[in-house]
Design a protein around this ligand. Structure first.
Ligand code: NAP
Length: 508
């Protein structure tokens, strides 16, 4: 069983006792009492299963004591009831008989806050050769691929802690349980983290499904840079909980650029014990995903190719042959948001005249989806030539696509308006892509703003006050996630739960 350990910096017996109780209430199996700041022993044992650590400054800690004083302090504190004592590999090298001075097993640890240790393999061989106790090796992830090396270290017979620090290393902390680590660390609160990238115990338990993770758990994630703002882990993990799917969904920080994306895909796909089963792809990697799948000869949905972006990858090894499939759930989410709001079929969209505001990635997706159904689409964009390019590319498919200047918007007479620009997005909530003089909206108009933060944009307020029907970006966001969820799990997505999760995240 992999233990969930909460580190606590000890300042006094009372404060430590309070935090130990809070850690136990939050679900910790063990605490690490960091006594770096103590000058003399205080009784901290007896109230929890504890690791006692006095980390010197030269290993990233706060203790300036000399070796002998530090070891003496560790002895004095650990006598009051510790389960383990942590000493640095360097301390162990200087005092090879140090284990004889303690009644409890040692965790012998090595930390590198700059990057992957140059001689990682040699270091680990040295740790492994120490009789008894636990190996601990921690380093700052240079890229997400470092996590795979950490997972490989769990093949050791000896109990091992192997973790990568930083945002890219988050997955090593959560998946420690999948790979049978001795423990992982999680902080009591954001500000009490003892290492970069450490997640809180509340997040590891609830957001990342700690209790459900086992050796066979399938791994999913969102590939992005930056990634920590993404709401997708909260949505998909809540969904897995709701339908009882044995999966965990993680933020996967992959640096910008095709080579980084390709290196990530190649290494993660080849690492079979990971059970990588599905990926959401977002900025800046949607085009990279399409290119990678095409290079591999994988199956790619036709419209995703025309749009030029893949936002979903399914990895299905059970299917045999090449296990990769790529598609785009954004365009279906746009169509379904409109049809569900108007209570019409997709075919009925062919008779509509639709204004798309914006000619960026989302605008392109909307144009491709609607033109493919035969709708008449007018693209308005601040930079006119981009609207013209889009119109040229997609007209004559089934529908008609024309470009128009933003200033002409007020003359237009469309039944549906879709905002795909970023105008009105938080924090610029007092802006509207139509300015202060919106086109003539009526009770027969639908105004769809793809922005989801704020939930009700100024554009939607303008439309509402003119009596038009409105729908916001949350609807699209949860529908694109639902398409992914269904492709991965084969189970209908709990759409209402997804909406509640997004709404509660946005309210924070
Ligand atoms: P993008 O590719 O960067 O395109 C941005 C678009 O906004 C361009 O057409 C740009 O016009 C226009 N724009 C930006 N600032 C403007 C301004 N001050 N005045 C007028 N036009 C302006 O971005 P994207 O990826 O398509 O995302 C656009 C929006 O879609 C985002 O705000 C996001 O909220 C929304 N979105 C929603 C979802 C969802 O699931 N609900 C998913 C993805 C995106 P120029 O060509 O003139 O620069």
């Amino acid at each position: 069983m992999t233990l969930l350990c909460v580190p606590i910096f000890v300042e006094s017996t009372e404060q430590a006792k309070r935090e130990v109780m809070a850690a136990a209430e939050a679900g910790a199996d063990i605490v690490e009492l960091r006594i770096d700041s103590l000058k003399e022993a205080v009784p901290v044992g007896g109230f929890a299963r504890a690791i006692v650590t006095c980390r010197p400054t030269w290993e990233g800690g706060r203790s300036e004591l000399a070796d002998e004083e530090r070891i003496f302090l560790l002895q004095a504190v650990s006598k009051s009831g510790a389960a383990y004592v942590d000493v640095e590999l360097e301390t162990y090298r200087r005092h090879p008989r140090i284990s004889e001075r303690f009644d409890v097993p040692l965790i012998v640890s090595s930390h590198d806050f700059k990057g992957r240790p140059e001689k990682l393999h040699n270091l680990f061989v040295e740790l492994n050769a120490i009789a008894g106790g636990v190996n601990k090796i921690v380093w700052m992830a240079r890229s997400i691929r470092d996590n795979l090396e950490a997972f490989e270290l769990f093949e050791s017979e000896k109990p091992t802690i192997a973790l990568c620090m930083g945002e890219a290393g988050l997955i090593s902390r959560v998946l420690a349980k999948k790979f049978g680590a001795f423990l992982t660390f999680a902080s009591l609160r954001d500000e009490s983290a003892t290492a970069p990238g450490q997640v809180t115990i509340a997040d590891i338990k609830r957001l990342y499904r700690w209790d459900a993770i086992n050796a066979n758990t399938k791994v999913y994630g969102v590939v992005a840079s930056p990634v920590m703002h993404s709401m997708s882990p909260a949505i998909h993990n809540a969904g897995f909980d709701a339908v009882g799917h044995d999966g965990v969904y993680l933020p996967l920080l992959v640096n910008p650029g095709y080579e980084s994306f390709k290196a990530f895909m190649e290494s993660f796909l080849a690492f079979e014990p990971l059970h990588l089963s599905g990926l959401s792809i977002t900025l800046p990697h949607k085009e990279n995903a399409l290119r990678y799948l095409k290079e591999k000869g994988a199956q790619v949905e036709e419209l995703a190719e025309r749009i030029g972006a893949v936002n979903t990858i399914v990895i299905d090894r059970a299917a045999g042959g090449l296990p990769l499939r790529g598609f785009n759930t954004d365009y279906a989410a746009i169509l379904d948001t409109i049809t569900a709001t108007l209570n019409i079929t997709r075919d009925e969209l062919a008779n509509k005249r639709i204004a798309i505001l914006g000619a960026g990635g989302t605008g392109r997706t909307a144009v491709a989806a609607l033109a493919n159904l035969g709708a008449t689409v007018v693209v308005y964009n601040r930079t006119f030539y981009r609207a013209e390019e889009l119109a040229r590319e997609f007209t004559g498919q089934k529908g008609k696509v024309v470009a128009a200047r933003m200033e002409k918007l007020c003359d237009s007479c469309c039944e549906i308006y879709i905002n795909t620009t970023s105008v009105g997005m938080h924090p610029n909530v007092d802006q509207s892509p139509v300015g202060d003089t919106p086109p003539k909206f009526t009770a027969h108009t639908l105004v769809f703003d793809t922005i989801y933060n704020p939930v009700e944009t100024k554009l939607l307020q303008q439309a509402k006050s003119a009596g038009a029907k409105t729908v916001g970006g949350i609807e699209m966001f949860v529908r694109q996630a639902a398409g992914q969820f269904e492709a991965w799990t084969g189970t209908p997505a709990p759409l209402d739960l997804f909406k509640r999760v997004v709404q509660s995240k946005l309210q924070k």
